[in-house]
Design a protein around this ligand. Structure first.
Ligand code: GDP
Ligand code: MN
Length: 380
């Protein structure tokens, strides 16, 4: 789950990372009022869950409250990379002297968190990473030991940070590490962390991604979720407790068990097809849940065939079959459906399905081959 800039910065502040004064607004009038309260120049920042807002015209400087109102009106009517701007952050403007990148993420290959930093921060950091990766310093952190002081100093030295900023920079790095670990983040990033003309270090931008698997430990984050940036099918799936991830292929997959779902996707690819989704309906899925899963899969216009692969262990095949029949009556699919049912009550399940118009398969290979053929229009 991604957090907005204003949400990330509020968290940063709680961990002692300096941020500019400011507040979020949903209307231009509110933005004007905040600008009046702050006095002086402000920056109006679109709050959307995509990068590159600056380059898209979603970050603008305003000299006075009237201009703040005008710019907020403009920005609040924008769409950035397909996402509507519903809120703007109004912050005291900073006089930037230089822009630093500072971020922490998981390095899966190293199996450790990694701190990354660069003196060449700002909107072109991706370009820096591509063209001159040597300008990015990386320091891995032992998750059991946590961030050590010498490592924060190594980062400061690595980016040639002027000495007078070391103390604050090290405190900010510790703050970022703390917010990263305590919030179960997979990314905590400040870009840019600026040195101002007044020689202060301050986090102008903030980005955090929270590990969805840890959300149960952070009930406070659930109300921060912005559904605009998520596929509607994934939102619907979450309601029913289904693990669903939309993909770009054309074979809808309905499987019980995450491992079996992965295998099913692999085997579809092995036979030259492309899965339209990952879906684990879970153990003990009942008819309602199956019907919901079915609706979600079939709402994707790319889907040309569906492969149902159910191994009845805890899940009973007859329950699943009832769900399928109910959903078929409701959704009336126009695409071929291939089904493989094995395990508990498989016989009963097949009998229930006999009335439904489905292509049956005995083995997983057989099922995958039939689904791929069906997706290419070879069988119906
Ligand atoms: P992003 O483009 O989505 O990463 O948004 P940022 O919040 O990082 O803003 C993009 C750029 O706008 C920054 O790198 C700065 O150069 C500039 N910017 C942001 N806030 C201020 C500010 O208060 N004053 C000035 N002068 N520039 C700012
Ligand atoms: Mn940024």
């Amino acid at each position: 789950m991604k957090l907005h800039e204003y949400q990330s910065k509020q968290l940063f502040a709680r961990y002692g990372i300096p941020i500019p004064k400011g507040r979020v607004a949903s209307t231009a009038q509110e933005a004007k009022q905040i600008a009046e309260e702050l006095g002086g120049k402000v920056v109006i920042k679109s709050q959307v869950l995509v990068g590159g807002r600056g380059k898209a015209g979603g970050i603008r400087l305003a000299k006075n409250p009237t201009e703040a109102e005008e710019l907020a009106t403009q920005i609040l009517s924008m769409e950035i990379k397909g996402l509507p701007v519903r809120k703007v952050l109004v912050d005291e403007a900073a006089n930037i002297s230089s822009e630093i990148y500072l971020g922490i993420t998981n390095d899966r290959a190293a199996r450790k968190p990694v701190i990354m930093a660069s003196a060449a921060g700002g909107v072109d950091i991706e370009e820096v990473a591509r063209v001159s990766p040597e300008k990015i310093v990386k320091v891995h952190i032992d998750p059991l030991l946590g961030l050590r002081d010498y490592q924060a100093r190594d980062v400061a030295a690595g980016i040639d940070l002027p000495r007078d900023h070391w103390k604050n920079f090290i405190a900010i790095t510790h703050g970022l590490w703390k917010v990263y670990t305590e919030c179960d983040a997979t990314l905590a990033e400040i870009n840019p962390l600026v040195i101002t003309a007044e020689n202060q270090l301050i986090a102008l931008d903030g980005k955090m991604i929270i590990d969805d698997n840890a959300l149960f430990r952070h009930p406070e984050f659930s109300e921060m979720r912005d559904l605009d940036a998520e596929a509607p099918s994934e939102i619907e799936a979450r309601k029913y407790g289904l693990s669903f991830i939309k993909l770009d292929g054309d074979i809808g997959c309905m499987v019980n068990g995450a491992g079996l779902a992965m295998t099913t996707m692999d085997i579809i690819k092995l036979f030259g097809g492309n899965p339209a989704n990952f879906l684990d309906i879970g153990g003990g899925a009942n008819a309602d849940k199956v019907a919901a899963a079915f609706r979600i899969i079939l709402s994707d216009p790319n889907v040309k065939a569906v492969l149902l692969n159910v191994f009845g262990g805890i899940t009973r095949c007859d329950e699943v079959a009832h769900g399928i029949v109910a959903a078929m009556q409701e959704v009336k699919p126009k695409v071929p459906m291939v089904v493989r049912l094995v395990g508990t009550n498989a016989e009963e399940g097949r009998e229930i399905l006999a009335t439904a118009q489905m292509i049956t398969a005995e083995t997983l290979v057989d099922a995958a081959q039939k689904a791929v053929a069906a997706s290419k229009g070879a069988i119906q």
